[in-house]
Design a protein around this ligand. Sequence first.
Ligand code: PLP
Length: 392
Amino acid sequence: MRYAERMNLLGTETAFEVLAKARALEAQGRSIVHLEIGEPDFDTPAAIRDAAIRAIQEGFTHYGPSAGLPEVKEAIAAHISKDRGLSVTADQVVITPGGKPVITFSIMATVDPGDEVIVPNPGFPIYESVARFVGAKVVPLVLREEREFRFGAADLEALLTPKTKMVVLNSPHNPTGSVLSPKDLDEIAALLRDRDIWVLSDEIYSKVLYEGVHQSIATRPGMAEKTILLDGFSKTYAMTGWRLGYGIMTPVLAKHVARLATNVYSHATSFVQRAAPTALGGKQDEVVAMVAEFRRRREAIVAGLNAIPGIKCTKPAGAFYVFPNVRGLGMKSAEIEGALLQEAGIAALSGTAFGAHGEGYIRFSYANSIENIQEGLRRFEAFVQSRTRAAR
Ligand code: PLP
């Protein structure tokens, strides 16, 4: 049997593959410290769980509109208007099973074969995967350690061509934890404002921020009409398995995206959607407590990594990942990923899982307990020492 050619263009997210390998080793009795997967290790707050259970009991077990339940779209529009300082109406909201479909559908709805899509590299692999799948040319926007993995308007301007159709921004950023400053956003917006270029602004880590308040590029003059704002519940409320996210976009694009939803999954699960207003409208103390705990872990992992000779780690400003420079080991990142799992009992991701410019780095997720992080650091230090000794 033969498969469609286009499947050769589709990439993947290797975090799930490393997790599967780690679980297989655990089934054989091996001890593995999980620093690979990007999900909060906390439980979903009780009030949110109760709201979903109530919704099942109230009968929210039927089909609904593809863009989402009207009252939930209203709640999300009100939340984003207040939280970001934007004026968003319900017809601009599409509720999706997780934030990911916003990436796939907004690219499918705006990008033609031959168009160019500028994506951060290293960056979340799904942007590149989907852009390639629709036949676009992917243009890497290289994020450099020397710039704390941020970039400026000049870096972006150098990549613009008449074929540029979309620019993907992701702040706070996976995998580096970098955050674009208000000034970066001003300059990027000024560059894009008068151009016919869509901006996919992936703000899924908007609440996992260690200093200041998150800002969206959509707030800058002229940008709301061209921005697709992605956010969701997975990271903020420890709801990865629920699959609940949303996109904010022009009403016309929202209709296109909803039509794609109709063709693929109809709509996000009705009773899951009904938990959203409770999450957004409730007291946010559990979110604040989670971020405080992530901050404590960030201090521990950054200090621990920088104390290892040959390893250099930039302090992330947001999200829950570190992206240490491991060039001192003299090995390819993918080789380090394999050796860490097989020899050291650490599940981590090669920097190249996030694009070619992730070579020389690995990603650790610190969405794990301090005890596990300390154990991971001990194992990593022993691994680095053994490799450096072997190289001498
Ligand atoms: N965007 C980024 C940058 C992510 O890291 C992730 C998840 O890891 C997503 C989007 C997708 O989130 P969800 O699980 O809500 O689909």
